[in-house]
Design a binder for this molecule. Structure first.
Ligand code: MLT
Length: 316
């Protein structure tokens, strides 16, 4: 055999007779085929798929065959892992449940959501805002004493939330938002609105998905969202004939994780089963919130893209 396959993470390089062709993550990207857009995906040529992600400009200097990108699509697997966020559009995610609840509450008519970093801060804000505001959130998944609502996306019905300002204090999601104050823009993402979020960010230069995690530990459902978002971003960029995006190692890990879950979902395992087995999901099942997991695992049930106004600190 004249050539050999060298695999380092997602980098596959085929070496033969001095000729070097490096393909970044081609195996992963070649399997990208979300059902909502399968027809469009099928029309993409193989060569476009191989070029659909690429290495960083400095790596490419030594590998002329590798496409160069000025973009950077990153994933912070936990808030503490985030790199400096200046110039970056951040997508905050807490699938179980804060960001799913925010998407749901706004779609059901909440005037705005004010993320609070603590229970005490939420109570204080409610005192200042008075009538017209409600206070929601959780500790260990359960409603906080004296709060109007918990953190369940299904409880924020139009009757509860329409026209109200919702002050929300959760253990992980609203705390993660505090880490985003230096970002260029902050968007609220969840499985329920992933395609709308992808549509909003795919043409950006620098994007970071900030996974909230559960109690400072990485959670599968947030990484699934990050991977699915990366998949949709790559697909949309290819379809729009945009420059190949550079995915960081963490973004590639998230994409690989999602594609592994996706294959099993296509074979008949409900996505909710994966979330039930994740750290936050186990607790939600234990305290009787299985319906929230089903709600949160429904992909693309909303088309809205909530944005956190960094000056007013409100989400609308
Ligand atoms: C959080 O933000 O901490 C989570 O959404 C917790 C939960 O409600 O299960």
């Amino acid at each position: 055999m004249k050539g050999c396959l060298v695999s380092v993470g997602s980098v596959v390089a085929y070496l033969e007779n001095g000729w070097v062709a490096a393909i970044w993550n081609v195996v992963a990207v070649a399997t990208i085929c979300p059902s909502h857009d399968r027809a469009k995906q099928d029309t993409l040529t193989a060569s476009k798929l191989t070029q659909s992600v690429c290495r960083s400009p400095n790596l490419a200097e030594n590998s002329p065959a590798v496409p160069v990108s000025t973009t950077r699509f990153d994933v912070a697997l936990l808030p503490a892992a985030a790199e400096p966020l200046e110039d970056t559009v951040v997508v905050v995610v807490d699938v179980l449940r804060a960001t799913t609840t925010i998407v749901s509450a706004l779609a059901n008519g909440a005037a705005e959501v004010i993320p609070a970093p603590s229970v005490e801060a939420a109570r204080e804000l409610h005192q200042q805002m008075g009538a017209g505001s409600i206070i929601g959130g959780e500790r260990q998944g359960k409603i906080v004493d004296g709060f109007h609502q918990g953190n369940s996306p299904v409880e924020y019905t139009p009757e509860v939330v329409s026209g109200k300002r919702l002050i929300l204090a959760t253990t992980n999601g609203t705390v993660a938002m505090e880490q985003c104050r230096a970002a260029r823009a902050v968007i609220i993402g969840a499985m329920v609105n992933v395609d709308a979020v992808a549509e909003r960010v795919y043409a950006e230069q620098k994007v970071c998905v900030m996974c909230s995690g559960t109690d400072r530990i990485i959670t599968s459902e947030d990484v699934c969202f990050a991977g699915l978002l990366m998949q949709r971003i790559v697909q949309k960029r290819v379809a729009a004939d945009l420059e190949s995006p550079f995915l960081t190692d963490a973004a590639t890990i998230a994409l690989d994780h999602w594609q592994s879950v996706e294959r099993q979902v296509e074979d008949g395992t409900p996505l909710a089963d994966f979330f039930r087995a994740a750290r936050g999901g186990i607790n939600l099942v234990r305290i009787g919130h299985d319906a929230d997991i089903v709600f949160a695992s429904t992909i693309d049930s909303f088309t809205s893209v909530p944005v956190l106004d960094l000056e007013k600190w409100t989400i609308a």
